[in-house]
Design a protein around this ligand. Structure first.
Ligand code: URP
Ligand code: ZN
Length: 455
């Protein structure tokens, strides 16, 4: 199967060029002035006026996440379909064992749950407790290419690690050549605040951000960086949301420590005024960390522009309103999380590139290249060059859209970006050399994505 994309502008993280791209089966085989007579092309796409970018890689999604309010509303099929519509061809989800379960058993279980995933996919694996076999289990993950281990400093009553275990895990992972990805929020302090508000009869979503203040994220970031230094382990801090956290991250990076950072579109675009109002209007925004203030938003844009932050993931984890309803009388019971896997590229393009905050090349770095490099899938993914995988997006920078739960492809009856305007959208999505989405329609359903082989 040969696919030729003509007349587009190829955007990589470090280069821009006008050239044709020839894909054969699932690989890019030629870039330049491709003469049609030399090839047996099955399909030609005219990309005049469009950018050709590497397929998006979302390094942070939670499909079919179990919670006391039921599973998050997108499973691997519906969530990955929404991802494809938005220009994301690879996702990294999570393996979270239950207490007592080995990492390997949990990986097997999660692999079964992800069988109907339409995008390429991989996992970060979470040690949630210390036991005598855990060192071997972690080594085994890393030797199999699952080299990013996710730990939680929040959620201490379920999956969160205490400090002693956190440090031990970092030492094991650092020693084995992996990377720890960290949810930074001080769990014990947050629990005290959450309980205090409930005791004072402060029950509504308004108290969710007040119980998870910026300083408890920043202090966790500081602690995680110090532990990682002691353990000689690279760390990747997920969903950074505050100005204060960025200060610690910048300082460590300046000293040469391997500290990487991710933020998400919600922290770049929405603020904590979303928590004021009726329950149905505010509960969809209950996520951890919570939305912050305008000054945090500005600081995050500066940090993605100056390279302090390497990736923009989504932390995609939507819940329907009837699930959010479980916490109507107690904000602690509202399932944490919101959707966004479909809108990552269009939001970053509209509010980043078009507003002059980042360049089009940085857009590609933040949505694809840097995640590919950090998680061991570069240069197969994350770049358009001969030999790379033919996961591509032909991006029309002019298409306008208004985000709405009534038109999105995410399986959720609410959307935290409802009514927000975007400019720029995928015209063609190509996965493994096949056009899967064309002008907003799925014309080919990839039977299933591939489990990504990571180096
Ligand atoms: O609120 C969030 N972020 N829910 C998903 C789980 C997590 O903490 O990443
Ligand atoms: Zn998450």
């Amino acid at each position: 199967m040969e696919l030729l994309i003509k007349n587009g502008t190829i955007i990589n993280a470090n280069s821009t060029s006008v050239a044709d791209v020839l894909c054969r089966d699932n690989k890019i085989v030629e870039i330049g002035d491709v003469s049609i007579t030399n090839t047996s092309v099955d399909r030609i796409i005219d990309a005049t006026g469009c950018y050709i970018i590497p397929g998006g890689i979302d390094p942070h999604v939670h499909m079919y996440l179990p919670s006391p309010a039921g599973f998050s509303s997108d499973d691997f099929y519906s969530g990955s379909k929404a991802a494809l519509f938005g220009g994301t061809t690879s996702i990294i989800d999570f393996v979270t064992p239950i207490m007592g379960e080995s990492l390997q058993d949990a990986i097997s279980k999660r692999t079964k749950e992800s069988q109907n995933c339409l995008t390429n996919y991989s996992f970060h694996v979470s040690p949630i407790e210390w036991r005598y076999t855990i060192e071997n289990e972690i080594d085994n993950c890393i030797s199999k290419g699952l080299r990013s281990l996710k730990v939680y400093m929040a959620y201490k009553d379920t999956i969160g690690l205490d400090d002693e275990v956190l440090l031990k895990v970092m030492k094991v992972v650092g020693n084995a050549g992996g990377m720890v990805t960290v949810h930074c929020e001080l769990g014990d302090e947050i629990e005290i605040l959450r309980n205090k508000y409930i005791t004072e009869n402060c029950l509504t979503p308004e108290f969710h951000p007040l119980s998870r203040p910026s300083k408890l994220e920043a202090k966790a970031v500081e602690k995680a960086i110090n532990f990682a230094k002691e353990a000689q382990c690279p760390i990747y801090i997920v969903h950074v949301s505050t100005k204060e956290s960025l200060e610690y991250i910048r300082e460590a990076q300046k000293k040469g420590q391997a500290v990487f950072a991710e933020t998400c579109p919600q922290y770049l675009i929405l603020d904590d005024s979303k928590y004021i109002g009726d329950f149905e209007k505010t509960a969809p925004f209950v996520m951890s960390p919570p939305l912050r203030k305008k000054e945090d938003i500005d600081a995050l844009w500066d940090a993605i522009s100056d390279g302090t932050i390497q990736t923009v993931g989504t932390d995609h984890c939507p819940f329907n309103l009837n699930q959010k309803e479980k916490g109507r009388l107690d904000f602690r019971k509202i399932p944490n999380g919101s959707g966004g896997v479909e809108h990552r590229l269009s939001l970053l393009f509209t509010y980043g590139v078009l507003q002059g905050k980042i360049s089009i090349n940085q857009f590609v770095a933040l949505t694809s290249t840097n995640a590919a490099k950090l998680f061991g899938i570069y240069p197969e993914k994350g770049i358009i060059e001969v030999g790379s995988d033919a996961d591509l997006v032909v991006w029309n920078p002019k298409i306008e859209n208004i985000i709405s739960a009534s038109t999105h492809h995410q399986n959720c009856d609410n959307n935290i970006y409802e009514g927000i305007k975007t400019i720029g959208s995928p015209r063609y999505i190509i996965k493994s050399g096949q056009v899967v989405v064309e002008n907003g329609l799925m014309i080919y359903t990839p039977f299933k994505g591939q489990l990504i082989v990571r180096k």
